[in-house]
Every structure is written in C-alpha cells, then in structure tokens.
Design a protein. Structure first.
Length: 283
C-alpha cells in the first residue's frame, strides 16, 4: 500500500493519544497576541496560552495557515509519503481549506488531497478518527473521501460559551446573526446552521440548562439511531468537561466518549469555561 501522511490542524481538537495512535500530524495555527505571533505548541504551550489569555486586556486573534506556510509544509514535510491527506474544519469557519487548495496547486509532483469535513472542533475530529481507522484497514484515498462525504451529514457539534465577552472582543458577534444585545443574560448554544455558518441554535438561562439543552439537541439529532462515537470539548474547564463526559457515558453505554481541551483556536473566540459536545451518528 502507498504511504499516506494524515494531516490536520489543532482546530480539530483531537486528543494527543489519538494523534499518536494514528500518526496524525498537526499544522499549527498562529495565535496573535499584542506582543507578537506564536505558533501553537511550537512557540506556546497550552498552559502558557491560558496564562497569557487570562492576563491579557486585549483578546488575541488567530490566523489559519497561510498559502505560503502550506506550500513550505507540502514541499518539505513527509518525503516518505506518496500522498498527503489534509483534513480541514468547515470552510465557513476557517480559510485554511481555501489556502491549502491554492498551495497544493503550486506544489507540482506531489499528491495533496484536501478534505472539508463540514464541521469544527471534535465534530471534525470524530470524522478524522474514522478516516484514520479506514486507512489502517487498507482503504484507498478515494474510499476515505467517500466515507467523509457520508459522515459529514451524520455529524453534530455544539458548544456553549459562559458569556459573549470573547465572541464580542474577537469580532465574531457580527458574524453570528442571532447574537445581539438582547442575548444579555442568556447563554447561547452555538453550532453550524444548514448553510455551514456559525449560528445560535438554542438559548438557555444558565450553564446547567445549556448543557441539558445540548444533550437534548444531541438526542434529537440521533433520533432512533445510536451514536458511533461521541466527544466532549472544554476550554480550560476540565471538571465541567468530565461531568458532561460522564453524563454521555451514562446515556450511551458502550459508546466511546473522547474528552479534550479544545485549544487556543476556539478559546480565543469563546473563552475559558466553554463546554461542547460532538456526535457522530451511526448509519
């Protein structure tokens, strides 16, 4: 079988043990603080990021991998691989996919396949895990592309920030139509709408009610089907994440429930204390 390198960004929120298990490589995003730009993991650990985020009066911004950075990566990395498969979060949430397409067209002689998961965070992550398992079982690139197309509409990802502070300061409020001053005192549940854009899908009055609403939304999404896999993401909120993981394990015994800190990309836009979940529905 031809050698295939699997690549994604930390925006997929995959746990380190999954990255190691399936040899999935990360292309870091850039976090832009007032005093300079830092690459995730390479220049800035997660602990360092959270310390700086809480101390900073100005919320940092993030930048996806640029065309030039993708070109450099595609030219230099994975010389042993016949094909580089890059999994991206949904095109409406990041320009990385568009940048990677442009870069791939400018790197002749290498087969580079860019895949839009049409999701974000562990919604993308759950699909990538299935793709990695398929490759491990001998699937071709074409097989996996077909698989992702089948999995995308069976994927749900939701998250609830504790306040709108970071969404406002990062400039995201204007990009989410339903977020307005009238949401003061209300905790929104956000996810992708049918157009693939981030939107408010529900509203709650408290963190507990918001988590209950996410579980209700997950149950509605599943209908009579079982989940193939589940995930909980949190932003520097381990206890809240574990509590939601425990509840999912109680509701869906025998289904794997991954738990991970979502990392800087989501943190910049929604802030510490954010909790979310992802569901991959069985056929």
């Amino acid at each position: 079988m031809a050698a295939i390198a699997l690549v994604t960004a930390s925006a997929a929120s995959l746990p380190a043990e999954i990255l190691d298990r399936y040899r999935i490589h990360l292309i870091p995003f850039v976090v832009q603080f007032v005093d300079g730009n830092y690459r995730e993991d390479a220049d800035l650990s997660l602990d360092d990021f959270y310390r700086r985020l809480e101390a900073s009066e100005v919320v940092p911004s993030t930048a996806p991998t640029s065309v030039a950075q993708f070109i450099q990566y595609f030219e230099r990395q994975h010389p042993e691989a016949d094909t580089i498969v890059v999994f991206h979060v949904g095109t409406q949430t990041s320009k990385a996919y568009e940048n990677a397409l442009q870069a791939a067209a400018r790197v002749p002689g290498r087969r580079i396949v860019n895949v839009d998961t049409h999701s974000f965070s562990m919604g993308s992550g759950l699909q990538i895990i299935e793709a990695a398992k398929a490759f491990e079982s001998g699937a071709s690139v074409e097989d996996v592309l077909t698989l992702i197309k089948e999995l995308a509409p069976r994927t749900l990802a939701l998250f609830t920030p504790p306040s709108l502070r970071y969404l406002r300061m990062s400039g995201r409020v204007g990009r989410v139509p339903a977020l307005a001053a009238s949401l003061m005192g209300i905790q929104p549940i956000l996810g992708l709408n049918p157009d693939g854009k981030m939107d408010v899908l529900a509203r709650s009055r408290s963190a507990e009610a918001a988590r209950a609403t996410m579980l209700e939304r997950a149950a509605e999404f599943l209908g009579a089907k079982r989940p193939r896999s589940l995930a909980v993401i949190h932003i520097n909120a381990v206890e809240a994440g574990r509590a939601l993981q425990n509840e999912l394990e109680r509701l869906y015994p025998g289904v794997p429930v991954y738990l991970n800190d979502a990392g800087p990309i989501l943190a910049v836009h929604s802030g510490p204390g954010t909790v979310g979940l992802a569901v991959l529905r069985d056929e």
